[in-house]
Design a protein around this ligand. Sequence first.
Ligand code: SRM
Ligand code: SF4
Length: 571
Amino acid sequence: MSHDPFAPSKAPHSEVEHIKRSSNYLRGSLTSTLEDLISGSIPEDDNRLMKFHGSYMQDDRDLRNERHKQKLEPAYQFMLRVRAPGGIVTPEQWLMMDRIADQYANGSIRLTTRQSFQLHGVIKWKLKSTIKTINDTLLTTLAACGDVNRNVMCNPNPYQSEVHSEVYEWSQRLSDHLSPRTNAYHEIWLDGEKVIDSQEGGEEPIYGPVYLPRKFKIGVAVPPSNDVDVYSQDLGFIAIYENGQLQGFNVSVGGGMGMSYGDPKTYPQLARVIGFCSPEQIIDVAEKTVMIQRDYGDRSVRKHARFKYTIDDRGIEWFINELTKRLGWNLEEARPFQFQNNGDRYGWVKGSNGKWHLTLFIQNGRVADQEGYPLKTGLREIAKMHTGDFRLTANQNLIIGNVSSQKKRKIEEMVKAYRLKDGIQQSALRRNSMACVALPTCGLAMAESERYLPSLLEKLELILEDAGLREEEIVIRMTGCPNGCARPALGEIAFIGKAPGRYNLYMGAGFAGDRLNKLYRENIDEKEILDSLKPIIHRYAQERQEGEHFGDFVIRTGYVKEVHSGLDFHN
Ligand code: SRM
Ligand code: SF4
């Protein structure tokens, strides 16, 4: 028999694969674990499975040392992630999130970089009622995390193009089609009828009993906006339209942001556009792509299990052949399109349906009341009278969507009264910033991110103002570790946490999210960050060419090399 160089690896599977296989379609011992009243924690096996149900066990890292000294177990708590395909929710759903944040979690709502909600600080004994309440308003936490397709992202800006609602419908269908079918979620959280022993393969026609080797992410972009950072997605669809008519989608594959320090075999990667298909064909393309990753992804080394490595190890031609074989038809040649930016555009805009949409800047997606800026209260009061929708953007911001002309004035008054537009008055740098959650909840954080970026920005703003660049749009991103949750490899300026107070500084990504950045300085503290960036910013102010973005400038002037493939990210 001839040896197939592209065959799936025969190496022994990792522990997580065994946990999944023996979980009986994500049931494990979760039901009895949740009933255990002795500890606020859950065993590791169940924790692995919990992710598929949309929750992670965490502990408050601010309290870790103190509790350890007092010989107490860590302050265990759970993060809950709520999926909202394309980021769209109703005012009733917003009000429910607002209420359960106070009732069951730490009082704040986090809008994520994938247009979902997160709640932090839910204790084990409140998980079930929280999840039940979420489901009562027709939202779900199922598959918000875990080795499955995650929240499907879609450009949420209905005013940006007439085809938006059609494109959104397709992302919703993608999301539904790729949702796990197991009944475990209903049994465990919603007191659904128990299926004692599921038939091997029967319950999950797409995923099978061991699900995917790793998380899988899909984003749908509507040019000229690349707000969903389509090149960072495992699978991307880029809407192609002519004269307001949706023609279909270009397909892109193999993006991803995560890497591990000290392991050059891991790297952020840009997805590559491989062809075009009609709207009706995208479900088939997505399903077959997911199945290829299911069959070929690395199940022995989780660090190497993302789809980007499955493709890079075998080559893009291999993937296209495999996809064509499974589809039974060929993708057409990719159609021309152009992205202009990957950020959000703020303020009021009128959509093609005659309704109004207001994009608000929400710093790092954290919805909470602050002294003089009662954001959470203001949004709650608006939700009580709003008849349109709320839209979470891929940049952690919020759109109050589909406001009728009659309601616009009232909403504008409330926006003023609660100072909700204060965020929009911030510098262009801040309006284009994102930071991941990091400390105190994220167990993987090596440095602060959400809690630190705002104050670092204050210092950078002074430099920018001095250089006359307060209104210059520069995409800036920070994460507390190299997992890349705020898609830092696509920041024109980016900081990735190395250790408390220390970051790697990257520069040179494309303003439209179409080029990776490159390491410029390693393991530096705040003073070194400011000292490194100050001369570059001043030089940019003086020497930039007309319309030249910061990321392009640092490449032209030789600060960093241009990176179009993750394979060159570390070189
Ligand atoms: Fe993420 C893990 C937060 C978007 C790549 N991510 C985590 C965990 C769950 C930490 C953990 O495993 O213990 C973080 C929870 C922190 C906390 O306390 O809340 C976490 N990720 C987030 C969020 C909330 C960041 C945010 O500030 O918004 C985002 C939630 C998205 C959602 O709603 O589904 C979030 N994570 C991302 C993205 C961006 C994206 O998807 O567009 C990425 C990079 C894209 C990618 O996947 O390649 C991302 N998160 C990761 C990784 C690295 C995966 C890898 O390929 O190596 C991890 C670690 C892991 O999976 O082992 C991770
Ligand atoms: Fe945590 Fe790292 Fe993701 Fe930030 S990038 S939320 S520190 S895993």
